[in-house]
Design a protein around this ligand. Sequence first.
Ligand SMILES: Cc1cc2nc3c(=O)[nH]c(=O)nc-3n(C[C@H](O)[C@H](O)[C@H](O)COP(=O)(O)OP(=O)(O)OC[C@H]3O[C@@H](n4cnc5c(N)ncnc54)[C@H](O)[C@@H]3O)c2cc1C
Length: 389
Amino acid sequence: MRTQVGIIGAGPAGLLLSRLLTLQGIDTVVLENRSREYVEARIRAGILEQHTVDTLVAAGVGDRLRREGLEHSGIHLQYPGTRHTLDFPALCGRSVWVYGQTEVTKDLISAQLDGGPPLLFEVSDVTTEDVDTESPRIRFTDGDGVAQVLECDAIAGTDGFHGVSRPVVQAAGGRVWERTYPYAWLGILADAAPATDELIYAWHPEGFALYSMRSPKVSRLYLQVDPSEKIEDWSDDRIWDKLATRFALDGWEINTGPVTDKSIVPMRSFVSAPMRRGRLFLAGDAAHIVPPTGAKGLNLAVADVTLLATALVRLLSERWTDLVDSYSDRALARVWRCTHFSWWMTSMLHTSGDDFDAELQLSQLRRVCSSEAAARELAENYTGLPLDA
Ligand SMILES: Cc1cc2nc3c(=O)[nH]c(=O)nc-3n(C[C@H](O)[C@H](O)[C@H](O)COP(=O)(O)OP(=O)(O)OC[C@H]3O[C@@H](n4cnc5c(N)ncnc54)[C@H](O)[C@@H]3O)c2cc1C
């Protein structure tokens, strides 16, 4: 088999990269080790920055997003006795959209399978070779158990945090930075109409809680819990009870309903540099992880592949290496901005049990709720800075 760009991983990064390259006349093959059903059902992110929406629409995969996505013009910040609204368009002229990662993935997969380049599910034993040359290749076993070789001009490692690509880049020298936070998020998906117009980020002495939504009938809610907690110990009643406590506000009540999914996710910041070795390029969670508090993971993956697609088109169509040479530095500049913002939101909202920390957090929250400059800084970062900011 031969292609111009071999793409490892069919998450949002790999699928969108394939789409953007196809639109520019570049051949791709996408290799995914899970089944289509598994990939489409994986519940993860749900907030899209304006840049992400614009990119998906321009790539011709935004019809359902525009029909079913919910445009949101702000968030509520809450601490006991106060629920304050940040109006994003007034603060920075941009908004965000609620549209689940599951839906983004379904739209990209259906566009790819509808006459797009090959997308192979359930492959295994994926390895890369000769990435320091201009003719790298990927070896893998296809879904029928047959060993295959994919000859490429370039390889994109969009295989997430546990993929095979990052170790290949790091083996040639590099550096990683990591911070593991002492808390996790217990997330539920519930068939319950959201009781709020905007997402609520709530600080509470017991711990953080986030009220978000996926549609006018489906809510997505999170509780800060200890990372050692087991999901089996959290009955639906216990979860609703804690949520009601942490979101408590006079004259307002949470809407409950059947819980259709629940899980506990650890929280970590992780950055791996560089994002390139020879003709192997990393993008998305393969190179970096942020805690979900800033809603940046999926948006960063989209920003990476937007830069990478342009760079690969320039390399493969025009034979110019300038954009692939600057790709890692340009992507990492944005990665660190988002890493800082995600760390800052996490630090402001998650309680540690320490009284001094709690007073600092409340002071910061009061500042964001009372100063237009402080609110604007949050709004600009949350809604997404320009690609090269
Ligand atoms: C459990 C969880 C919950 C999250 N919740 C949120 C959230 O609430 N809000 C938020 O903003 N962000 C959240 N995120 C982050 C966000 O979902 C990610 O940043 C986003 O999925 C990144 O996309 P990606 O394509 O880079 O990686 P991924 O979505 O991880 O895709 C990588 C793909 O590569 C495949 N793969 C891996 N190894 C191989 C291999 N060897 N061969 C072939 N294929 C391979 C994987 O199966 C996967 O399909 C969450 C992440 C996780 C893991």
